[in-house]
Design a protein around this ligand. Structure first.
Ligand SMILES: O=C1O[C@H]([C@@H](O)CO)C(O)=C1O
Length: 589
């Protein structure tokens, strides 16, 4: 099919749907065959425009990157097996954009992963790109910008996938609530990026505000007063109005929680209510009960709560910072037992966030996460073990993060196109290191802080089982080692284990092969290691990186690729830049 025909078809499809509504949602039954009645597949169409919007996420006006004039972006709700089609128009005046569908594996559609320089060319201003992919697995997901630091600029929203028609979740609930957590900076991301690349280095610092569903309250006296409406900010009816979750007494609710923070690791607790964790990153876990939970950037969870407390009261939902000395006021939302008024404030103070450096507490939560019975088990052996040491380093006096002494810089031609068409020189073709020096002391700052930059790729044998050991270390300053949540694109992985200090061969004996949780994001604790296993069975090129936005910007990531020769139907729009763009101009693709 020619490019023109394809574009015309796409346009014709959409012409039918264009109407005055900003977001169009059409459900098209794709199969009504009787044998498939239970697994009816639908296509859901969305028409989005990305633009700058003046918004007051925390009662202070700033500029966000919004979708269809709103922040956060619209929630997508689909059923497992559905195809999502997002026609994304970039109306940012002078910069490109892409959207990553976090947690969706993009099986067979690696070009729709939404990673600039990896899966596609950034969409130019005034141009449109059509993402078309299947959501194959029920769960709690989200989407976000994956170009520069556009996620931190507010380009994100929820993506919720229900079980396929006729199927049931393995737990029962009567109502559902959704909390998309994020952090917010008053400094714009362009100034943040410039600071991160400057010498002397300018760190972004802690966020001004934590947001719940895009709402927070900066400098509004105390958040408690804010909810009461007696703070220093004008709250009522505004964009920063606190979130109120309405519930009926004596029912079970599923709360979906996801974090798309730029920096902060979070802890969430609900006054008087225990939470039963049942899902993590779109995979069921063996249910366990907690009073509070940690959520790292890139994580998503579902918890069940039962509204069995005193029905004449309302309760606080409190979100605070973990792992870094908190300078940001905790965020509060209200669990509002109906028919109580939401102005009826809880009698007790919001639940306290555990001490920021109480890692024992964090570890005890993380270690409780194991797979629900019946979850796919990992292969017993792996074919290859890649050890990735993260260090904080310097290049020409600028601070970087490196993996095995390479700080990731992305090439101008997206890998997917350059590898698919075998273009030489599109990126650094040397093999990146699989190990780090035996005598590297992870407990001390690097002896030689200088590092190198690179764009090399870990090529994985298609369908092979790969183990990755994420090894944390001391940063540049003495006695500092930070939390890093690592996110893998294109796959779920099993978390085989965690440990303290430097990983050694003996630690393999302790790998959990019985019920390791399947996830797409996992934390590496300070001075610790985390081991994961996955099967490289999804042809494409996939980022694996720290989900802390400034850390990725400073080079904290690697690129995996498998079976790229089998990738089909990369839309030309995904290739229209760099060397693949030149080939298109010369009619060679
Ligand atoms: O990447 C980072 O840089 C700063 C600090 O290490 C240097 O100023 C910080 O806290 C980070 O997480």
């Amino acid at each position: 099919m020619s490019m023109m025909t394809m574009m015309t078809m796409m346009r014709n499809d959409l012409v039918v749907f264009i109407c005055s509504a900003m977001v169009l949602l059409f459900v098209v039954a794709a199969s009504s065959n009787s044998t498939m009645a239970k697994t009816r597949r639908s296509a859901l169409f969305f028409k989005w425009e990305v633009s700058y919007v003046f918004w007051s996420p925390d009662c202070m006006e700033g500029l966000v990157i919004g979708i269809n004039g709103r922040f956060p972006g619209p929630t997508i709700r689909a059923k497992a097996g559905d195809t999502i089609v997002v026609e994304l128009k970039n109306t940012l005046p002078t910069e490109g954009v892409v959207i990553h569908w976090h947690g969706i594996r993009q099986i067979g559609t690696p070009w729709a992963d939404g990673t600039a320089s990896i899966s596609q060319c950034a969409i130019n201003p005034d141009e449109t790109f059509v993402y078309r992919f299947q959501v194959d697995k029920a769960g709690t997901y989200f989407y976000h910008g994956h170009y520069g630091m556009q996620r931190a600029a507010g380009l994100y929203g929820s993506l919720i996938v229900d079980v396929a028609e006729g199927e049931e979740e393995p737990f029962h609930y009567e109502g559902e609530l959704n909390l998309l957590l994020s952090d917010w900076y008053h400094q714009n991301v362009y100034a943040q990026m410039a600071g991160l690349s400057s010498n002397p280095f300018r760190w972004i610092g802690e966020p001004q505000t934590l947001l719940i569903n895009g709402r927070g309250q900066y400098n509004c006296s105390t958040a408690e007063q804010t909810i009461r409406g007696s703070g220093t900010c004008e709250i009522t009816g505004s964009q920063c109005e606190p979130v109120v979750l309405q519930v009926q007494p004596n029912k079970t609710y599923r709360i979906r929680i996801a974090s798309t923070t730029s920096l902060s690791s979070l802890n969430l607790a609900i006054g008087n209510h225990k939470m039963t964790v049942v899902e993590a990153d779109g995979n069921y876990v063996k249910p366990f009960v907690v009073n509070d939970m940690d959520i790292y950037s890139g994580d998503s969870y579902s918890v069940l709560i039962t509204t069995n407390q005193n029905p004449s009261l309302n309760y606080w939902i409190s979100v605070g910072v973990r792992g870094r000395l908190p300078k940001t006021q905790r965020a509060l939302a209200l669990l509002n037992y109906l028919p109580n008024s939401a102005t009826n404030l809880p009698k007790t103070a919001p639940p306290a966030t555990p001490a920021w450096n109480d890692y024992t507490h964090s570890k005890s939560f993380t270690y409780k996460i194991v797979a629900k019975e019946g979850t796919l088990k990992p292969p017993v052996n792996s074919k290859r073990q890649i050890a990735l040491l993260n260090t904080q380093n310097k290049i020409n006096g600028c601070i970087k993060w490196s993996i095995n002494n390479i700080s990731l810089v992305l090439p101008p031609t997206p890998y997917l196109g350059s590898m698919r068409y075998g273009l030489k020189g599109a990126f650094d073709m040397t093999k990146p290191p699989e190990k780090f020096a035996r005598d590297y002391d992870v407990m001390r700052p690097p002896l030689n802080p200088n590092t190198t930059q690179g764009s090399s790729v870990y090529k994985l044998e298609l369908n092979s089982t790969v183990d990755v050991i994420l090894q944390n270390a001391n940063a540049l300053a003495d006695n500092v080692s930070e939390i890093h949540p690592w996110h893998l694109h294109g796959h779920d992985f099993w978390v085989l284990g965690y440990g303290e200090g430097r990983f050694g061969k003996r630690d393999m004996a302790k790998f959990n092969l019985k019920n390791p949780p399947l996830r797409n994001t996992v934390v590496v604790f300070p001075y610790g290691w985390t081991a994961i296993r996955f099967v490289a069975n999804n042809p494409g090129v996939w980022a694996f990186h720290c989900h802390i936005e400034p850390h990725l910007h400073m080079g904290m990531g690697v690129v995996f690729a498998e079976g790229v020769e089998f990738v089909k139907q990369i839309p030309k729009e995904a290739l229209a830049c760099g060397m693949t763009g030149q080939m298109l101009m010369n009619n060679h693709l």
